[in-house]
Design a protein around this ligand. Structure first.
Ligand code: C2E
Ligand code: MG
Ligand code: MG
Ligand code: MG
Length: 283
């Protein structure tokens, strides 16, 4: 059984590993090579300003195009990367690449406020590695509008080690990055954390944006209001329909992200998208 192979965590991986016909060790070896061979790609999903109805920024989302297994979604390899420590080079790769990409877009497509990009950071990067230094080094090498590079962390990450995490996040913010609390509403953090941590943005979890739970509309409204009252910008994740988009507009939510507006796309497509928009605006 999975236990014999290495405990509970591995067990959670068994179904997906099986479908891909591999095992954890192969995955680890493959992942190591993939980072070296640049099979890992970063896609960017548009985040729209709802009031202006235009692209305000992007979220960087990793994809692994495995030569034999095809596209491996992040949920399947991020945890392996975390367990094996490969998340450190992977995380650096995403941070560095996204920052350089964003700098180019800002130069080519000026807007006010400038385009932003957000990068997901996982617990090991923050707790067992010097994320502050990584951010510092990126900021010194890459020319970016202040606050336009966002670091996304989840509530569960924050809860693992709140004291330490608060210190790191405050420092990262001082370096000129901004901070988003991802998947808000799904973790167990107390609301008081919203004042102890210097978040600029909360990202409302998809479960409050979609689904037919009776309380969902009220919860959505309450979270949007909470974020706004605390002076944070609010992003709704997972918007798939026109109806959901309208609901968010009525609630006065600032930003939206989801298949309704656009899938995660490669940087060449981002460029085409921004370029087309610029030409339309100039007409
Ligand atoms: P997340 O940060 O909450 O990212 C949002 C996820 O929702 C993405 O899944 C995105 O493709 C998906 N999504 C966006 N709009 C919609 C929609 O309208 N409907 C539905 N059903 N889904 C939508 P993805 O790309 O599979 O990423 C899953 C998770 O993997 C991310 O959740 C994030 O926690 C993690 N992840 C992705 N890239 C990275 C990375 O570079 N580093 C780390 N540490 N984690 C990452
Ligand atoms: Mg995210
Ligand atoms: Mg999220
Ligand atoms: Mg998520």
């Amino acid at each position: 059984h999975a236990k014999r192979l290495g405990g509970d965590r591995l067990e959670a991986f068994r179904p997906s590993l099986r479908t891909h016909g591999g095992d954890a060790l192969t995955m680890e070896a493959d992942l190591r090579k993939a980072i070296e061979k640049e099979e890992i790609r970063i896609l960017y999903q548009p985040i729209l300003s709802i009031a202006e109805n235009r692209i305000a920024g992007f979220e960087a989302l990793v994809r692994w195009d495995h030569p034999k297994r095809g596209r491996v979604p992040p949920q399947e390899f991020i945890s392996i990367a975390e367990r094996t420590g490969l998340i450190i080079p992977l995380g650096l790769f995403v941070l560095d690449k996204t920052a350089r990409q964003l700098s180019q877009w800002q130069e080519e497509f000026e807007q006010d406020p400038p385009l932003f990009a957000s990068v997901n950071v996982s617990s090991r990067q923050l707790i067992r590695h010097d994320l502050i230094n990584d951010v510092k080094s990126v900021m010194s090498r890459v020319d970016l509008a202040r606050g336009s590079l966002k670091i996304e962390v989840t509530e569960s990450l924050v809860m693992e080690n709140p004291e330490y995490t608060a210190k790191v996040l405050i420092r990262i913010k001082e370096l000129g990055a901004s901070l988003a609390l991802d998947d808000f509403g799904t973790g167990y953090s107390s609301l008081s954390y919203l004042q102890r941590f210097p978040f600029d943005t909360i990202k409302i979890d998809q479960s409050f944006v979609r689904g037919d739970g009776k309380e969902r509309p009220l919860l959505l409204k309450t979270i949007v209001g909470l974020g706004r009252d605390l002076g944070m910008s609010v992003v709704a994740e997972g918007v798939e329909t026109e109806e959901q988009a309208k609901e968010l507009k009525l609630l006065g939510c600032d930003y939206a992200q989801g298949f309704h507006y656009g899938q995660p796309i490669p940087p060449e497509e981002v460029r085409r998208l921004l370029d087309r928009r610029q030409r339309v605006a100039a007409q």
